[in-house]
Write a protein of this length. Structure first.
Length: 308
């Protein structure tokens, strides 16, 4: 038994050293965990909040072209859908008397002056919507020959839910968004003074500020401004966090290169991917976390990946 004691005396320090070694998990827990983030600075820019409603194009006035004499329709100078300018010839009429005398003119040169006809011209510029007769048809005085959609009466009828009534007034400027992704300015000139009983929408007249010729019954979107500011504290929407009820908002503000703290904010106008911060007032040098901020504690250790 005495022979084994030196062996245990040698082994005991080794066992004690093994028991006191730190496990890998404990060693990792002692290290500081830093979250990689990207940061931005506050900008001072104009911002506006908009909303979009649908509208349909119409011609408010249709001009009826009538015959001013009895006779035969000898020529038609326009086609259905053509755009005609005011004063352009549209039809050539010849009375029965002129028709008979025109046949006799080949025998008697004195009757040559009776070969002419009566030209019916376009009273306004616009698109030809209807042509009601064909060449050689006989027409009476006052018969409807055609219909022109008056180009100067082209407007969009905007349907506005009554809750938006305070933002839509005559004289309000707007932007008309066409289906081909082009835009044009417009202005609201009047309201029709009637609310649809089913949809509870009121119709407003929007005049496009353009010379572009557009078809009737074109469905477009009209963008209007709810509120705007010429200068505000603007940040990317990703920098602003909120609770589940969307009542409380905050940002993660850097207090040094490795620490960010939770800072409550009051938000203002939201436009696209930008948001206005009403308070507090940030300094030009302040940095806010824009990426990697989700789920951070009130005070978080961070590593900045890219400086603004």
């Amino acid at each position: 038994m005495k022979n084994h004691l030196p062996f245990f005396a040698f082994l005991l320090p080794s066992l004690l050293a093994g028991c006191t070694q730190t496990s890998p998990e404990e060693e990792g827990a002692d290290k500081e965990v830093k979250t990689p983030v990207q940061v931005i600075r506050v900008e001072h820019l104009p911002i506006s909040e908009t909303f979009t409603l649908s509208a349909t194009s119409v011609y408010q006035r249709k001009n009826i072209i009538k015959s001013n004499a009895q006779g035969y329709l000898k020529k038609i100078y326009v086609g259905l859908g053509d755009f005609v300018n005011a004063g352009k010839p549209m039809f050539l009429l010849r009375t029965k008397e002129a028709e008979v005398l025109g046949e006799l003119a080949s025998k008697d040169p004195m009757l040559a002056s009776f070969r002419g006809g009566i030209t019916v011209k376009a009273p306004v510029s616009g698109h030809v919507r209807e042509i009601n007769f064909q060449v050689n048809d006989y027409v009476n005085d006052g018969d409807q020959l055609a219909v022109i959609a008056d180009g100067s009466s082209f407007v969009f009828i905007l349907d506005v839910p009554f809750e938006y009534n305070q933002f839509v007034k005559p004289g309000t400027s707007c932007t008309i968004l066409l289906p081909d992704s082009t835009k044009m300015p417009g202005k609201i000139t009047s309201s029709l003074g009637l609310v649809d009983p089913g949809s509870q929408t009121q119709s407003f007249v929007v005049v496009p500020q353009t010379n572009r010729r557009l078809p009737e019954n074109l469905l477009v979107n009209v963008r209007l401004t709810r509120q705007e500011k010429k200068r505000g504290q603007i940040v990317d929407k990703t920098a602003v966090l909120s609770d589940e009820t969307m009542e409380n908002f905050w940002v993660m503000k850097l207090i040094n290169d490795s620490t960010a703290v939770k800072t409550p904010v009051k938000k203002g106008i939201v436009s696209g991917n930008k948001i206005e911060i009403l308070s507090p007032i940030f300094k030009p040098t302040d940095r806010l976390v824009s990426t990697g901020n989700y789920g951070l504690p009130d005070t978080a250790l961070i590593t900045v990946l890219k400086q603004p």
